[in-house]
Ligand binder design. Structure first.
Ligand code: NAD
Ligand code: DAU
Length: 360
């Protein structure tokens, strides 16, 4: 029996990781710890909430005493740490919350694990899930050609160079995790993944926001000229990579996760428009008129592109889905689960969104 603590399991990626572990490892006890912030939603886990190997605990990772008590109560062997503030635009408006959760919260969890494991590292693991944004931004030196849009990629050895309060807070948390390995010998592993898409993503992020706006005939706010490049991975493939790395990744090591799938924002917006229009039975191009260019994001990173060759060569992971399949599944899921979306976007959240983006 292994007792695994997954933090942030009620969020987007965390819910896919919880689902995979609960279903694939009935012999493990999965403890999902989540503060249920605006981004946490237990509706993401309806299908597994009654499984005998699953427990949910509402708690804040910054509550150090509580983290210590839970490590002991559940005799935790492994931690998969996903809880975080994750949205760049929010970090620009409210950086303190990002430092609190992402830096202090990670430190609180590390210290609780260290105290509980007390130097007995056998069979223990602390896995920190991070982002490619810590590496900064890449050049767009092939802007008119096809992807890849530049000659450089992020490698595990790329120097950290975060630009937003979000990526600065994630970079800091990554450094703390490595410091716990180097200083105390804690068996840690860190992964840095590119942009995820798929079911259950909170609709402040590009793809679910735009699917929902198209459905409702609302404007699609493209930042700047829509020329920024992101590298997209289907969330279930990220969860598969996390499973492999948690079990087989080298202690103290770092792995990049990505699907070599670069898109300019404006091109991805057009793919989403075409897919939604087709599935709703609208004539092709109907929703293109909704594209609205708005003021750019401050410090908007130009291009992210992950090189995940190390993960492929060392642990044999590759994405299981082509992007065309992933986006089709994603759009279908949001259209078929409008109640999930409406529960989030109706009422208070709509007011918040308008206030948050009023300057654009
Ligand atoms: P999300 O915002 O959807 O979910 C975050 C979850 O953490 C929520 O359930 C929230 O309630 C919980 N949480 C927040 N603060 C907490 C606290 N103080 N204590 C306990 N729980 C708290 O985020 P996501 O997109 O699923 O990202 C998960 C992780 O993966 C993050 O660490 C993020 O940095 C990283 N990541 C995300 C992406 C992406 O494209 N979304 C890509 C690479 C890495
Ligand atoms: O790269 C990994 C990161 O990907 C994760 O670490 C973050 O948690 C996750 O939020 C995501 O960050 P991005 O800022 O890239 O994701 P977002 O969906 O906010 O934006 C994707 C791109 O689309 C980005 O270039 C900004 C642009 N955008 C976004 C929104 C919400 C728009 O043009 N309009 C929008 O309304």
């Amino acid at each position: 029996m292994k007792n695994i603590l997954i933090t942030g399991g009620a969020g987007f990626i965390g819910s896919h990781v919880v689902r995979l572990f609960v279903n694939k490892y009935p012999e493990y006890r999965i403890i999902n710890l989540d503060a249920l912030t605006y981004a946490g939603n237990l509706a993401n886990l309806k299908d597994i909430e009654d499984k005998p190997n699953y427990t949910f605990i509402k708690a804040d990772i910054c509550d150090f005493e509580k983290m210590c008590a839970l490590m002991q109560e559940y005799d935790i062997d492994g931690v998969l740490h996903l809880a975080a503030e994750s949205h760049v635009d929010r970090s620009i408006k409210d950086p303190f919350t990002f430092a609190r959760t992402n830096v202090m919260g990670t430190l609180s969890l590390l210290q609780a694990a260290r105290q509980y494991w007390n130097g007995n590292w056998d069979g223990k693991r602390f896995y920190h899930i991070s982002t490619d944004e810590v590496y900064g931004a890449l050049e767009l030196d092939n802007p008119e050609g096809d992807a890849p849009y530049g000659s450089e990629f992020f490698l595990e050895t790329t120097k950290y160079n975060p630009h937003s309060p979000y990526s600065a807070s994630k970079a800091s948390s990554d450094h703390f995790v490595r410091a716990y390995h180097d200083t105390y010998g804690m068996p840690t592993v860190v992964t840095n993944c590119s942009n995820n898409y798929g079911p259950y993503q909170f609709p402040e992020k590009l793809i679910p926001l735009f699917i929902n706006n198209i459905r409702q005939g609302k404007p699609l706010p493209v930042y700047g000229k829509g020329e920024n490049v992101r590298d997209w991975l289907y969330v279930v493939d990220h969860a598969r990579a996390i499973d492999i790395i948690f079990h087989q990744g080298k202690i103290g090591d770092t792995y990049n996760i990505g699907g070599f799938n670069e898109w300019k924002n404006i091109d991805i917006v057009k793919v989403v428009i075409r897919t939604v229009d087709r599935l709703l039975g609208n004539p092709e191009g109907t929703s293109e008129k909704l594209i609205t260019y708005v003021t750019d994001r401050a410090g908007h990173d130009l291009r992210y592109a992950i090189d995940s060759t190390k993960l492929k060569n060392e642990l044999g992971w590759e994405p299981s889905l082509q992007f065309e399949e992933g986006i089709e599944l994603t759009v279908r899921w949001y259209l078929e689960n409008q109640e999930w979306m409406d529960n989030i976007t109706s009422g208070e959240y709509e007011k918040y969104y308008q206030e948050m983006y009023k300057d654009r």
